[in-house]
Design a protein around this ligand. Structure first.
Ligand SMILES: *Cc1c(COP(=O)(O)O)cnc(C)c1O
Length: 367
């Protein structure tokens, strides 16, 4: 799965420039909109910034390398990547399965923009997605599901989709390619937000699509050109710069998440905990079979909304923030966004702080 190198080596190598004496080791930003054209009117590699540019190419090569994909395409956000793929694949009359328990804006887009066009939209939880795929044309799966962290058996789902001729699209935001490579498990396309752990500094929005079907990727690229949902070259450069440390950051985040999950599991103020890395978690066996790391998110439930607010107020290290995957540990009470979860349900995104400090801080704040 990983090739000859470990994931930290791969993330450093994926962002390195070619060894040319006198050239910078780290690629510089190149925000350019217009390029000089030739008199013979042949198409140069770069002509206009919405079609292509060198900074995208470097970022996309790095993302493709990490996902084990033939190609990757960058987008202005995760939602731009996902909706672009849906506009290409989910035609009127087609049946589209979207996660009922996953990232909420994906099912909102399907309900508000695709269903009125005649797409049959079915919302399905992780537990039922294989059954729903038996009568679908396009399946969007998310695993581990954000925010409840249930896990979908991707190999099984891919087999179901293949036998039906359905296209399987996997949202790989939560685990990142360092935690899971859906293409190697049979997915047709990966879509993801690079806003979260992959860029990891809570300072940019970006998304991408990755896959190895040339025609499908070309259709998505065409859609990006015409819809214009592009990533600014400066954000592309920032994302590329962040990718080099992704292996290091993600290892620490996963390490901190397991330690936090164990502490929360045993704390009397905590009603329940989900983390795929916990041996007793219902998703642990499937997660072990398909994930390389269990990720930096822990889902847990306290008594009510005010218990979650109190935890953050009393803590010295936690910040209340939506989004996740950054270097600071953050907590988000998901019911405030309308997720179908209890009022005291929270998602903790582990940062890269020292684990002993984090655990001591949270235990003190839980009281
Ligand atoms: C955040 C997120 C998205 C959307 O990404 P943006 O970069 O915010 O557009 C999609 N899927 C999942 C699982 C996410 O967590």
């Amino acid at each position: 799965m990983s090739g000859p190198y470990g994931d930290s080596t791969r993330s450093v190598k994926a962002t390195a420039s070619q060894r040319v004496p006198g050239q910078p080791v780290a690629p510089p930003p190149m925000p350019v909109a217009a390029y000089h054209l030739s008199d013979d009117e042949s198409e140069p590699l770069d002509s206009y910034g919405r079609s292509s540019n060198p900074t995208w190419r470097q970022l996309e090569a790095a993302l493709a390398a990490l996902e084990g994909a033939g190609w990757a395409l960058s987008f202005g956000s995760g939602m731009a990547a996902i909706t672009s793929v849906l506009r290409v694949l989910a035609k009127p009359g087609a049946t589209l399965v979207v996660p009922a328990d996953g990232y909420y804006q994906v099912r909102r887009y399907a309900a508000e923009y695709l269903a009125p066009l005649g797409v049959q939209v079915r919302e399905t939880s992780a537990a039922d997605i294989c059954t729903a795929a038996e009568s679908a044309d396009v399946v969007v799966a998310e695993t581990p599901v954000n925010p409840t962290l249930d896990v979908v058996d991707l190999h099984r789902l891919a087999m179901t989709c293949r036998s039906r001729g359905a296209t399987l699209v996997v949202d790989n935001t939560t685990p990142t390619p360092l935690g899971q490579q859906p293409l190697s498990l049979g997915a047709d396309l990966v879509v993801a937000s690079a806003t979260k752990a992959l860029s990891g500094h809570s300072d940019l929005l970006a998304g991408y699509v990755a896959g190895s079907h040339g025609e499908l990727l070309a259709a998505v690229e065409r859609e990006r050109l015409l819809s214009g949902a592009i990533l600014g070259p400066f954000e592309a450069w920032l994302a590329l710069r962040s990718l080099g440390s992704a292996g290091l950051r993600f290892d620490r985040q996963c390490h901190n998440a397991l330690a936090m999950a164990l502490v929360l599991r045993d704390h009397p103020a905590v009603r329940s905990v989900r983390y795929p890395g916990l041996p007793a978690d219902p998703a642990h066996d499937v997660a072990c079979a398909q994930m390389r790391r269990f990720g930096g998110l822990v889902a847990f439930e306290l008594a009510d909304a005010s218990a979650v607010h109190r935890l953050v107020e009393r803590s010295d290290l936690l910040v209340a923030a939506t989004s996740f995957g950054g270097i600071h540990t953050s907590v988000d009470r998901r019911a405030r966004w309308g997720d179908p979860v209890p009022a005291g349900f929270a998602r903790m995104s582990l940062g890269i702080e020292d684990v002993d400090d984090l655990v001591a801080d949270v235990v003190r704040a839980l009281g």
